[in-house]
Every structure is written in C-alpha cells, then in structure tokens.
Design a protein around this ligand. Structure first.
Ligand code: GLN
Length: 291
C-alpha cells in the first residue's frame, strides 16, 4: 500500500479545498465537500462523520478527476449534471444555462400576481420563451396544479433537456415544447408569458465569471450589442400572444430595468414595479396588456 492510498477523507478534503482556494475559487470549502461526497457516493453528513477513514486508490482517482474539472472552472452543477431550482431537481447539459437562484425571483413575481388575481386553480396557459432546462415553466407548473404550458427554445438540444426535466418531475402531461426563435410561429393566447432571455451585452461576455463564459451556452447569454435584443423580440410579440388580462414577466440583467420598462411601454404594455432579488437588484419585471 502506498502512502497516498493511506490518505484519509478529512485530509483529502482539506487538500482539495486548499487547491481550489489557491486557484481563486471563493466557494472552495463548500465545493470540496460537494465534490468529495459525489466522488465517494455518500452524502455530506457521512463525509463529515467519516473523516478518519482511509481512501483507496480508486477513490483518490475519482476525487482528483472531479477536482481537475472544478479547477478548470467547470461549475459544480455541470460536474453533477443537475441543479436544484425552486423545489425541482433539474438535469443540465452544455446546451442550457445552469438555473440560478436569482431566476427564482421571476417565479415569485409570477405567483404573487396569480395569487393577487385569485387564479391559482385556473387552467392558466403559460408560455416560457427560451425555456432552456425548462426551469421557469416547470417550477410554475409545479405550483399551479391546473396550469398547462409551452416552452419554446431555438436550441433543439435545450428542448431535449427541458423534456427530460418535465418527465423526471412528473409534469410532462401538462407541457409541450416547441423549437422556434422567441415565439415565431406560436399562436396564443397565453395567460402568462415568462422568460429569462439572453441579456448580456455581447462585449460584456468576455468579462463574465469563468464558470459562466466558459460553460454557459453563448446562445443563452448573448443579448446583442446592448443586451436588449431578446426583450425587443418579446415586446414585439407580447400583445399578439397575451390573453386579455394576461401577464408577461421577464428576468432582468443588472441595471436593465429602465430600458426594458421603456421598451415594454412603447409596445403598449402596462409595466408594474420590478421585484428585487435577494441582493436587492431589480430582477423581475411584470407587464399587462393596456385595455
Ligand atoms: N445570469 C447570467 C449571467 O451570469 C445571464 C443569463 C441571461 O443572459 N439570461 O449574467
């Protein structure tokens, strides 16, 4: 038996955390715990309880392989191939954005409006434009038991992920997925339209975190020269697609509220106050059709 094969779980975890920290990864300790537990096929509580157990060579190799991926800035969610969003476990692939916590603000804003209008048990028709992993559509369907939905995406590979996520969360019976750009060719009416469009200004993509620019699909980030192309396309289609009394709720990039508000107002929509995310950034904007 070699000396390295005698390394304990606790020592390997500390060594991995140190390597990640030295590489400038802020979440080094948490990531080391997650990756170790994943490599060993145990949960984090077992990992912490078994710190003195010696690792064998195969276990060491498995840990190293995951550590190398994280050192190349691959996000933990991509290494695992899944991410929690709202109350759902979602599969992710290179074709989709990793769902982010701030995107839950769109769900909160939507459910707030639905509850305020006492529509929770209605057969609401939902459209999610640029559905990606299906995160927004599936979270809403999980909360609204009688709603039905459509997810659109320009990427066929993304739609495969969304379909798989609908299946794994037992929601496939209430949704369909359509390959198209924004909403081209879709017929309304929809009671709720939600979207997290690509909203990063093209020239800003290079300065995003390496986890984002290196791994999220460019198609899902690139909002054109000013980041607003997706909102323009949505604004152009919103009145055609919304049912009377229907509502559009979009995620905003940082600082985009005034510009998106102006675009939607010009398109004949009535725009409400934005919902802030947990960092206090205006993150979800909701609009209805002017009568
Ligand atoms: N939230 C992503 C970012 O890191 C952008 C996602 C999007 O363009 N919708 O900026």
């Amino acid at each position: 038996m070699t000396l390295t094969a005698m390394r304990t779980i606790a020592a390997a975890r500390r060594a991995l955390a140190d390597r990640l920290r030295q590489a400038g990864i802020d979440s080094a300790d948490a990531d080391a715990r997650l990756l170790m537990a994943h490599a060993l096929g145990i949960d984090r509580a077992e990992l912490m309880a078994n710190g003195e157990r010696a690792l064998n060579g195969d276990e060491m190799k498995a840990i190293d392989a995951l550590g190398e991926r994280r050192l190349k800035r691959e996000p933990v969610a991509r290494i695992f191939g899944r991410k929690e969003f709202w109350s759902l476990s979602l599969q992710v692939s290179p074709a989709v954005l990793v769902p982010r916590p701030e995107t839950e603000t769109v769900i909160e804003a939507t459910l707030d409006a639905v509850v305020r209008d006492a529509l929770q048990t209605e057969k609401l028709r939902i459209l999610d434009i640029g559905t990606g992993s299906g995160a927004l559509l599936l979270a809403l369907l999980s909360e609204l038991p009688n709603a039905v939905g459509t997810g659109s995406d320009i990427s066929a590979a993304a739609l495969e992920v969304a379909r798989a996520n609908a299946e794994r969360n037992d929601l496939a019976g209430r949704c369909t997925f359509v390959a198209c750009d924004i909403a081209a060719g879709l017929q309304g009416p929809f009671d709720l339209i939600v979207s997290n469009p690509p909203y990063v200004a093209r020239s800003d993509i290079a300065s995003l975190a390496p986890e984002v620019r290196g791994y999220d699909p460019a198609l899902a980030l690139d909002g054109g020269p000013d980041g607003l192309d997706g909102y323009r396309a949505i604004a152009a289609d919103a009145r055609r697609l919304l049912a009377p009394g229907g509502r559009l709720i979009v995620e905003l990039g940082m600082g985009q509220e005034p510009a998106v508000r102006a675009l939607f107002t010009t398109a004949g929509l009535i725009v409400a106050a934005a919902h802030d995310d947990l960092a206090g950034i205006p993150r979800a904007l909701s609009a209805t059709v002017a009568p």
